[in-house]
Write a protein that binds this ligand. Structure first.
Ligand SMILES: C[S@@+](CC[C@H](N)C(=O)[O-])C[C@H]1O[C@@H](n2cnc3c(N)ncnc32)[C@H](O)[C@@H]1O
Length: 250
């Protein structure tokens, strides 16, 4: 089905007030020289559209592209977006890096409610927090950096989720988890891969793999796992693997 889409333009500083006054949520398309171009699916009294176009009602795509709106110290989010609070501290994991983004997406696709999760190299705790918000059962985030463990605890509190943040090297963990997420580096994977794979109960999400050479090397190290997906962003790769059920191998 086709519907009309109205494209409007307003100076950046006027947009929040305009949306607030008209009780509207807009899809921001472009920001150029202080002007914001945004789309609405209805005409607005008193504001002439720059253009009107006919579009398919592909709501899923529309929802994905929706951008948060800053309103003073507030951020306006539509109900299908979920906020996460991350203190910009000393630990890696603000959510900006492609490897973190790839892991977050893989968690959304693979984590089932109730699963236990180990986040190896938790940094700010962002992936552990996302896991909990997605409905994980027990979540443990480990890191070898004291700064990271402190930030992980602080961010878990900020988001009011029950995440255990522990100072530990992956080689010191002695229990397995349904899902293990590890956003590390190839150098570290080479050192800890045997131990890491032994901690995976069912699903492993691995990121921090850069370029095709590292990807090939990583897939080789992953050996006995079934590869469920390989996704990339800016030449960073994220691999999702499932442990093969040994009982089924004859
Ligand atoms: C790239 S950051 C990932 C941070 C966060 N999980 C994210 O996805 O944004 C990698 C983290 O792994 C930690 N790390 C490195 N080697 C480790 C090891 N052997 N065991 C546990 N954590 C380790 C580092 O201290 C660092 O905080």
């Amino acid at each position: 089905m086709k519907i009309k889409r109205y494209i409007f333009a307003l100076p950046e500083e006027e947009l929040p007030l305009f949306l607030e006054r008209n009780k509207l949520s807009a899809q921001v398309l472009e920001r150029k020289e202080g002007i914001v171009y945004f789309a609405l699916y209805e005409p607005v009294k008193g504001l002439k559209p720059v253009r009107v176009e006919e579009v398919d009602t592909d709501w899923e795509k529309w929802r994905e592209r929706f951008e948060p709106i800053e309103l003073g110290s507030f951020v306006v989010l539509p109900p299908w977006k979920r906020p996460i609070f991350i203190n910009p501290g000393m630990a890696f994991g603000t959510g900006l890096h492609p490897t973190t983004r790839l892991c977050a997406r893989a968690l959304e696709r693979n984590l089932r409610a109730g699963m236990s999760v180990l986040d190896v190299g938790t940094g700010s705790g962002i992936l552990a927090i996302i896991s909990k918000l997605l409905g994980a059962g027990r979540v443990l985030g480990i890191d070898i950096s004291e700064d990271a463990v402190r930030e992980c605890k602080r961010n878990a509190e900020l988001n009011r989720v029950d995440v255990e943040c522990r100072l530990s090297d992956v080689r010191a963990v002695d229990e397995s988890f349904d899902l293990v997420v590890a956003n590390l580096e190839m150098r570290i994977f080479r050192e800890v891969m045997g131990k890491l794979l032994g901690l995976v109960g069912e699903i492993g999400i691995f990121s921090g793999i850069y370029g095709e050479n590292e990807l090939n090397e990583f897939l080789h190290l992953l050996g006995g796992f079934e590869v469920l997906s390989v996704e990339s962003q800016e030449n960073w790769f994220c691999v999702v693997g499932r442990k093969k059920d040994e009982k089924l191998i004859v």
